[in-house]
Every structure is written in C-alpha cells, then in structure tokens.
Design a protein around this ligand. Sequence first.
Ligand code: PMP
Length: 300
Amino acid sequence: MANLHSKVFFRDKIIDFSEANLSIASSAVLYGLSTYTVFLVKNIKGNNYAFRLEDHYQRLVNSMKILGMKSSLASDGYKAFESKVVKLVKANNIHEDSLVRVVIFVDGILSGTTAKNVPASIAIFSYSKTPMLPTKGAKLMVSSFRRNSDLAIPARAKVSGGYVNVTLMKDEATASGYDDAIALDSEGHVTESTVSNIFLVKNNKLITPSGSSDILEGITRDSIIKLAEEIGIETELRTVDRSELYTADEAFLCGTSMDMVPVISIDGRKLKTNGLITKRLMEEFGNKITNDLDVWLKSL
Ligand code: PMP
C-alpha cells in the first residue's frame, strides 16, 4: 500500500512501520483474533480532527467484550486511548484526510484458540483516504454467501476473523463485474454491504436494517440517522426483505472508508442515482463534517 504513513503505535511506543511485525505463530495471524476500528482524520486548514473518536473507542471496547479479550483498553479509559491516537497523528505529521486503524490483537505465540487467557496489545497506523468505490455510484449484487450470524461470529463485533465472510462476497461481486455485494442473513433478510451499511429510500422515507439484523452498527449509519431526523426525514429501522431492494426509489451505502456512495443498481435493477434524498443527505453530511466542528469532530 503506497499511501501508508511511516510511523505506527505498536504495543507501547511509536516505531517505524517496517518494524511493527507479528510472528507467523501469533493468535492474530493463526485465528484472526483481533478487533479493530477505522476512523477518519479530517485535515481542515492544517489542523487534524477525528470523526466521533469516542464512539469508535466504545465500539472497540464492546467488540472486546464480545470476544472476552484481556486488555487494559477499557480500564485505562478513553483519555488514555485518545493520547495514543494523538501521538500517532503527530508522529506522522498528518496533513491530508486520512484513515486511522486501531487494532487490538491477542498477543500470544501458539497460545491456542483463546482470546481470554492471553493479554492483548494495541497497534495503530494511518494512511491517506482514497475512494474505495466509484464515488458517482456503485453497482451491487446480492451475494450468494450469507452473513455470519450472531450465533456464529457476531457481526456487531468488528472482529478481524469475521472479515473472511465479506471477503468471499466482495471477491464474488468483483469477479462477476459488480463493485460490491449486499449480504443477506440465513433467512434471506438484508443485512449490509461488505464494509458499509445500506439505506433504502422509499416514498421519501429512509429504511435501514435494524441493529439486530446481523450488521455492524456503523458510526456513519448512526450519523446519517441523526442527520435525517434533524432535517425531518423519517427513518425506519427494521427487518428488510430482499425484494425491497428491487423496489426502492434510491439506495446508498455508508461507512468511514467511503462516506456515502449512491447505489446505481442492484442485481441489474436500476435505481435513481441522483435521487433527491440521497443528494440532500450527502450535501448535509459533507457540510456537517467540514463546518460544524463541534458536532462530531474531536480536535487532535
Ligand atoms: N459494516 C461493516 C461490515 C464494516 O466493516 C463497516 C466499516 N467499519 C461498516 C459497516 C461501516 O461502519 P462505520 O460507519 O463505523 O465505518
């Protein structure tokens, strides 16, 4: 990855990216035993601001609870976490919009299939933000793979090993000529896309799968729900059927790595890409991030 920044926070200090290595026998490599989050650092007139940093911290703590991981992240508190992030941002002298990835990994060598009995460590690195999907709009397919359920690898936890599931979907979609995939649960209800949440627009209302639909509860999703409420657009959080994808007026994906991306088509059925609601929310979201600094941004 050419756009990686050179310094990382690894275990307890800042070191060069090339020196931050894990053993091939570590639990993170062998079993995907790590949790992570990725947040936006927005550079505005030379100053850096993190988007909803405390919410990212809280989601990370929750993911660790689900896995039963042993780390001082929760007991040390948010301020200690923030100071590590600030150190990393300063060490990299970030001067562009960037993504920062925080990984809490089970730090054991051949320590077996346990997340509980081995201490976990932290790694933080950053890279410049580049578009993940075509910004004008994405063509989606419904994946033939199913989303891992709360009874298997809970999607609510952002667990590295769980990303095998969405990797299968993304590769299937791109090999079939689509930009990305939509995951259904094992009963055929809509969950989310591979690294983003999905919203449909129908009769001027937003519809998005609820928090108990085997989704990662995205922080961007939450911001959009709040934004919609502020500007008087109703949002239904509920179970969503596959056939609703085909009859939606508009749809969009949202997540840290892409902000909001309109959906052009789903399984070849075309949607309105320049739909009024998507357009308005995209504008409002952009304004809020750049102008309304106190709402979601934390000065670093
Ligand atoms: N769902 C999945 C599976 C994801 O990986 C992501 C990206 N973190 C999202 C949704 C969007 O979450 P957020 O808005 O917090 O980036």
